[in-house]
Design a protein around this ligand. Sequence first.
Ligand code: HEC
Length: 179
Amino acid sequence: MFRLSSFPTIRRASGPAVVLAAALAVSLGLTACGQGAEGSGTGAAEAPKPPALTETEKAALLTSLPAPYDKADLENGRRAFARCRSCHTITPGGPNMTGPNLYGVFGSEAGARDKYSYSHALRTADFTWDAETLDHWLQNPRTFLPGNKMSFAGLPDATDRRDVIAFLKVETGFKPTGE
Ligand code: HEC
């Protein structure tokens, strides 16, 4: 590209330097490639990101959920989640925004993400997120846990709550206990 097209003129000026530069570029390229493939070069490896579920796996997970979530409409859940997206990411390792990243929220202690500055109310709350607690939280965050700082009026429609909870289970790495 740019470099290649500038080779001929440089070569005329100083041949060996160009050869050296080319060799260097190749070896750098190979090194970078090797690290990428093995991922063990630095020792500070991040936790591997779990693969996203395929559509078939999502459908299977959905039908394995306890009622009423097994009958949820994931598309409606996705639409309802549009109201949360301005404040929450749901991908593994996604950034905290106004609200914390929600990947892995089910089964995790409320207010327990490192690196997110919770309200005192949520940080000191003593419960674990499951479908039921999330349903109450989403119905009316303010009355469910007074003093929390999620400024969201709530999802008054029970079907929207069912669907957004099922959508979150499917999208945020929830694993059924298998019993
Ligand atoms: C206007 C921004 C905003 C919107 C919209 C919003 N949230 Fe939040 N959410 C927050 C904030 C801020 C917190 C942290 C509250 C605290 O620390 O008191 C939070 C906390 C949470 C938590 C607790 C997470 C934990 O680590 O304990 C859950 C679960 C949650 N939100 C789900 C949702 C869902 C689902 C929706 C959409 C239906 C939604 N939120 C909409 C801002 C928002």
